[in-house]
Design a protein around this ligand. Structure first.
Ligand SMILES: Nc1nc2c(ncn2[C@@H]2O[C@H](COP(=O)(O)OP(=O)(O)O)[C@@H](O)[C@H]2O)c(=O)[nH]1
Ligand SMILES: Nc1ncnc2c1ncn2[C@@H]1O[C@H](COP(=O)(O)OP(=O)(O)O)[C@@H](O)[C@H]1O
Length: 206
């Protein structure tokens, strides 16, 4: 199945910078809209229900799983996270390109469901920098940081399965790379035909 617009999946180990990069991309490009996930993780810092996540109880998440409400879901860092079908449908209705910030397990599932999904993996420049960013972010307890760093090795081992890998060393450079991928995908022939059907018609291109 193809998503009618473009579907971008951004995955990274915790602390690599995916949320910052996706937020910056959306501030520059209103045609890209986020898919808001459900999670059983409690809110962090300034996170708001319905903005960063739909924060749910285990029971609510179980009900969504048994009700087949998710396109994909996974256990990540001891909590559950999932992309609801509604989150995708809402963006289709808007005719938007959608960006999913999900883990590698979800990314592989999305690629199986949406053949035109573009999978992007964000890497930190080093282990030291990854740790320092998690500590500087100051949103996770030390034991949570250690768990996320342990999981990072497993996550980063899957980077080679993604269509693109961005090394988030200098933020502006990584943002440029992310914007370039989004722009290139839009210019791909299939999207071009849809976006420029009138020109193709005017030029009598079949
Ligand atoms: N499979 C899947 N993973 C998700 C989803 N939403 C978030 N995640 C991933 O869950 C992990 C933890 O996310 P979060 O708790 O926000 O921590 P962060 O990585 O430090 O931002 C990250 O790898 C997210 O990409 C989802 O809907 N499905
Ligand atoms: N290129 C970068 N250089 C330095 N700090 C960064 C860079 N990218 C992100 N950060 C910071 O690192 C921390 C983790 O970024 P965040 O976007 O929350 O990562 P993730 O969503 O992948 O867990 C944040 O404090 C963010 O401001």
């Amino acid at each position: 199945m193809d998503y009618p617009g473009n579907i971008f999946v951004v995955a990274a180990p915790s602390g690599a910078g995916k949320s910052s990069l996706v937020k910056a991309l959306m501030e520059l490009d209103s045609a890209v809209q986020p898919s808001v996930s459900h999670t059983t993780r409690p809110p962090r810092g300034q996170e708001k229900h319905g903005r960063e996540y739909f924060f749910t109880s285990d029971g609510e998440f179980d009900a969504m799983v048994s009700g087949e409400a998710f396109v994909e879901w996974a256990h990540v860092h001891g909590c559950r996270y999932g992309t609801s079908k509604k989150a995708i449908e809402d963006r289709v209705a808007q005719g938007a390109d959608v960006v999913l910030e999900i883990d590698f397990q979800g990314a592989i599932q999305i690629r199986k469901t949406f053949a035109n999904a573009v999978l992007i993996f964000i890497l930190p420049p080093s282990w030291e920098e990854l740790r320092s960013r998690l500590e500087r972010r100051g949103e996770d307890r030390p034991d949570v940081i250690e768990l996320r760093l342990r999981n990072a090795a497993t996550e980063m081992a899957r980077a080679g399965e993604f269509d693109f890998v961005i090394i988030n060393e200098l933020f502006e450079r990584a943002l440029f790379d992310l914007k370039a991928i989004v722009h290139a995908q839009r210019l791909r022939y299939s999207a071009q035909r849809r976006a420029r059907a009138d020109t193709f018609a005017a030029l009598n291109i079949p």
